[in-house]
Design a protein around this ligand. Structure first.
Ligand code: 5AD
Ligand code: SF4
Length: 436
């Protein structure tokens, strides 16, 4: 038995979908009368909203639990997210946490917390299709850049990936529910909405139009200035979506389109179901529609069987594309996925060395992309205060961080001239304030 918590802290790891889920869990608890605190070490209830994608991310949960219990403190601990889904009761056995709740069941969190306070086992990893969304409270005050989950799950079964198992099959939220939530977000202060999904461009509630139809509907919401979406699969990149990049002004010139590797042999072993060439041709079409688009991607180095020649093809693909920014990872074998049982696993030191070379190339291209914006003007959405007096931080249309000195407030859009370009950020000088 533990006292019913009065304060809570949600800590989200991993992808933006977890950030969204974390916000919604916070709203749920606030609706129960609990108060949010920024300090995990002072909260009565700590929700660890976990990521299972790589081994390191998974192990972090257990070290975090240990840290929370330091100095004899015994907060109520709830493990949510993908580790909860994948490991279920194992977490209770291994770490004696109070609540375990999967990503499709977190609308039940308040009940589970109540059960835990009463001393009953509190575990829910059911995967009912979408029922959680209807059971969540209305959106409250949000930041200028808000996330909105429109699609969950994955049917692609890349051979290295746990997502199809932890997040289940691809499901699209209904069109009307999404548009209503978008309007509520704008009313609550959002100026930019990022549509989220594990395969967001597979969203197909309205099969006639696909994701681009949804984007065009959001385009009509007054007060919403920017639309983004992430993350996409190359095989779901339909013509209409590419056209939207040419035609919808609010759709920002940025595309995150993971390729993972540059060698067809490895892409096949990964079950990516696209080739190096089909990916490059797709990017050509996207660039033809929107010439200034910033491209982003994900890469895995050291997939089982990856030779030096295969890796050289990844580097040459990077050279061919010229990404604005990317994420890159060492392959991490995940139990239950086909790749974990493949022969020819790559030695850690080989992976380290390849990752270093890849990141060298990606950093070089990111710096070059930033340098190319020097002297241009663009709008910046102000998101937060900077460290220096009068300094504010925001995002360019191409998702670069921009800092500038301005009287503009959080949520304002400011037209700036880019006067300095660093590898990780830009400096701007204000021209005119456009909208509040
Ligand atoms: N090992 C390393 N990276 C992985 N990713 C997914 N599964 C693994 C794994 N087992 C990466 C992919 C994916 C991103 C979200 O995480 O690059 O696009
Ligand atoms: Fe994982 Fe592949 Fe699905 Fe992306 S497309 S979530 S990498 S299985």
């Amino acid at each position: 038995m533990k006292p019913t918590p009065k304060t809570f802290h949600v800590k989200s790891f991993g992808c933006q979908m977890n950030v969204y889920d974390g916000e919604r869990m916070g709203e749920l608890m606030a609706a129960q009368g609990m108060t949010a605190t920024d300090d995990a070490n002072a909260a009565d209830l700590v929700v660890l909203n976990t990521c299972h994608i790589r081994e390191k991310a998974t192990e972090k949960v257990y070290s975090d639990i240990g840290r929370l219990r330091k100095h004899g403190r015994t907060p109520m601990i709830a493990v949510a997210g993908c580790v909860a889904q994948a490991e279920g009761e194992e977490i209770v056995r291994r770490a004696k946490v109070d609540v375990v709740v999967g990503p499709q069941a977190y609308h039940n969190l308040p009940d589970l917390v109540r059960d835990a306070a009463a001393g009953t086992a509190a575990l829910d990893t059911d995967m009912p299709a979408l029922s959680k969304f209807g059971a969540l409270p209305a959106r409250r005050k949000v930041s200028p850049g808000a996330f909105l989950t429109v699609q969950e799950g994955c049917d692609k079964f890349c051979t290295y990936c746990v997502v199809p198992y932890t997040r289940g099959a691809e499901i699209s939220r209904p069109f009307d529910a999404i548009v209503d939530e978008a309007k509520a977000l704008v009313d609550a202060g959002a100026r930019e909405i990022t549509l989220l999904g594990q395969n967001v461009n597979a969203w197909d509630d309205d099969a006639a139009t696909g994701l681009h139809g949804l984007i065009r509907a959001l385009d009509r919401i007054d007060g919403l200035h920017r639309i983004r979406y992430t993350t996409s699969h190359p095989n779901d990149m339909r013509d209409g979506l590419i056209r939207a990049h040419a035609e919808v002004e609010k759709l920002m010139p940025f595309l995150h389109l993971p390729v993972q590797a540059g060698s067809d042999r490895i892409l096949k072993a990964m079950n990516r179901s696209h080739t190096r060439d089909s990916y490059l041709r797709l990017l050509e079409r996207v660039r033809a529609a929107r010439t200034d688009i910033a491209l982003s991607g994900d890469f895995i180095v050291g997939f089982p069987g990856e030779t030096e020649a295969d890796f050289a093809e990844t580097l040459s693909l990077v050279d061919a594309v010229g990404y604005a920014q990317c994420f890159s990872f060492k392959y991490s074998p995940r139990a239950g996925t086909p790749a974990a049982d493949m022969a020819d696993q790559i030695a850690p030191e080989v992976m380290d060395e390849r990752l270093q070379r890849l990141q060298g190339a990606l950093n070089r291209d990111q710096a070059a992309f930033n340098a190319a914006t020097l002297g241009k003007s663009c709008t910046v959405l102000i998101e937060r205060k900077g460290k220096l007096p009068g300094q504010m931080l925001g995002k360019s249309p191409w998702l670069q961080s921009v800092h500038l000195t301005t009287n503009a407030q959080i949520g304002d859009l400011v037209e700036v001239d880019i006067v300095r370009a660093d590898p990780n950020s830009l400096a701007g000088v204000e021209r005119v304030k456009i909208a509040a």
